[in-house]
Design a protein around this ligand. Structure first.
Ligand SMILES: NC(=O)c1ccc[n+]([C@@H]2O[C@H](COP(=O)([O-])OP(=O)(O)OC[C@H]3O[C@@H](n4cnc5c(N)ncnc54)[C@H](OP(=O)(O)O)[C@@H]3O)[C@@H](O)[C@H]2O)c1
Length: 274
């Protein structure tokens, strides 16, 4: 990757930049291309899309329009639930690559642990990795019980597990399991979709350290060794969120953030999914 940003090593030898741009709920294709171009211009080197976001092609066009070379930008996409199963996953991955006009993606994830299908879908991802269509493979929304089931039967363990994660939903058991297995954890909705940005502890730490509340949340994730995937359509916020890489929080502030666990789920809740 042609970037000085911190990146975490993945199984198989590639590296994932620690801050990525999420592109869920971008208003239009043109808007997605603009945001991707602006994000890359301000220093992002990692974009997180999915078939279900409807903007894989716009993300890929934005990367091409940025003038950066394909191998300077880490792109993730995901296999949606109705595409799961061995043959369907293979076909869905080829369709995603065709939409993006890419030879391979940097990371291909199963979007959700679909019961009865996820193990077959995973075998398809193993094949796509072996064939070079995905440089790394992983899962999303896999809770400890889903991950243990997969680890018991797979040939190759996932490189990444992407889950909702913030100081308000710390996923401690899952993070410990992933760390023990060498699986990088990527935090989605790391800004709690805005729901806790006015929390007094965040506001206090932000004003004492010169960060913004959003940067405090992202900084906590970065210092925990996570990938963080904030979404914004606003250029000033893109820069603000990336600048969370710049200055560390002290141990006292990290401890105050560690005390904020409240099981806050702002999106899907896979904790009790079969
Ligand atoms: N794998 C999965 O199942 C899954 C599920 C959900 C999300 N994700 C991924 O994670 C990404 C991020 O999650 P998310 O979009 O749910 O939520 P998020 O990043 O926690 O929050 C996004 C919201 O925060 C606002 N925002 C961004 N930067 C800000 C800042 N510096 N100050 C104040 N507000 C700010 C954005 O508004 P503006 O756009 O107006 O700035 C938007 O309303 C998604 O785009 C997607 O790539 C994955």
């Amino acid at each position: 990757m042609g970037t000085t940003q911190p990146a975490l090593p993945l199984r198989g030898g590639s590296r994932i930049p620690q801050v990525g741009l999420g592109v869920f709920r971008m208003p239009t294709g043109a808007e997605t291309r603009r945001v991707v171009r602006e994000a890359l211009a301000c220093g992002y080197r990692h974009i997180d899309t999915a078939r279900i976001y409807g903007n894989e092609a716009d993300v890929a066009d934005g990367v091409r329009e940025s003038g950066l070379s394909r191998d300077e930008v880490f792109v993730t996409t995901k296999i949606w639930n109705d595409d799961q199963g061995y043959e369907k996953t293979l076909r869905a991955a080829e369709a995603a690559l065709a939409r993006m006009r890419f030879d391979c993606v940097d990371l291909l994830l199963l979007h959700w642990p679909v019961p009865g299908k996820r193990l077959d879908s995973w075998r398809a991802l193993e094949r796509l990795h072996a064939e070079g269509r995905a440089r790394a493979i992983g899962v999303s929304n896999f809770m400890p019980h889903h991950l243990r089931e997969l680890l018991a039967s797979c040939r190759e363990a996932p490189s990444v597990n992407q889950v909702e994660l913030s100081p308000f939903l710390q996923q401690r058991e899952l993070r410990a399991l992933c760390e023990a297995q060498g699986i990088v954890v990527a935090a989605y909705s790391p800004l709690t979709k805005g729901a806790r940005l006015a929390h007094p502890v965040l506001v206090r730490i932000a004003s004492a350290t010169g960060h913004t509340p959003a940067q405090v949340l992202l900084r906590w994730g970065i210092q925990k060794g996570l990938v963080v995937l904030p979404k914004s359509t606003q250029v000033a916020r893109l820069a603000e969120n990336l600048a969370a890489l710049d200055r560390a929080l002290g141990a006292d502030d990290m401890a105050a953030l560690d005390a904020l666990e409240e099981g806050l789920v702002t999106g899907w809740d896979p904790r009790h999914a079969p």
